[in-house]
Design a protein around this ligand. Sequence first.
Ligand SMILES: [Zn+2]
Length: 255
Amino acid sequence: MRHYVVEAVVLKNINYGDSNKIYTLYTRQNGKITAVARGIRKLQSRRAGSMDTLNHIKAKIYEDSRGYKTIQEVEAVNTFKDIKADLSRVFRALYILDILNKFHEVDDGSEVIFNNLINTLNMLEVHRHPSELLVAHFEIILLKLLGFQMNVSKCSICEKKLSSEWDNVKFNYSLGGLICDTCEETGFFMDIQTALLLSRIEQKEFGNYSQDLYGKSMVQADAVIRNYMTYVSDEVLRYSKTYNILQGRILNEDL
Ligand SMILES: [Zn+2]
């Protein structure tokens, strides 16, 4: 039995019993956790608003001897009001939470990934850069932090640096990177502008972007990132450090 404080982003919740909810949180300290908030669905619950999905919170957790967690006190650090006021940004933010949730088992995660999440949500809130670029940058960095770096700045075979001079460019999903115009490796042919855009997104060079000029490249860049995420998603979970431990625990508890 122990009490501790976590800093977290609320990923989602489900109703549990008459007045409770079970929350999935991505915490700075312990990665993804689930915890019960008792009585939170009662009308007079002061905690309810603080626990909205997407909120950045600080929560006091009580954990019993079996590892079950209860949220006792909660304080909102940032409710991301401006994101929530803009439907397209809400969907993008929820998409980010969804992929984080999918790529992590319970008790899995890291502080650098938490920081990447907070940075992205803060940038979406301020809205100085187009949200499609922020989301794509988040995905590329998340993949890198999970051990699946996309190589989008040079050829994966000969290491020649990507340039607009290349006659053509491919993306090879099993190598996780670009193939230049002289290397004989198979891959998905993409527009050179898409490859250059991916490279700039990775480097967080968001200047000079306009929907009119780069909209088509952005659609293709998005598709490459998402296909690559799908390609590696089984492996991410298979190699997740706690995956086997979790499996063991589920079998032991005979759920
Ligand atoms: Zn090459």
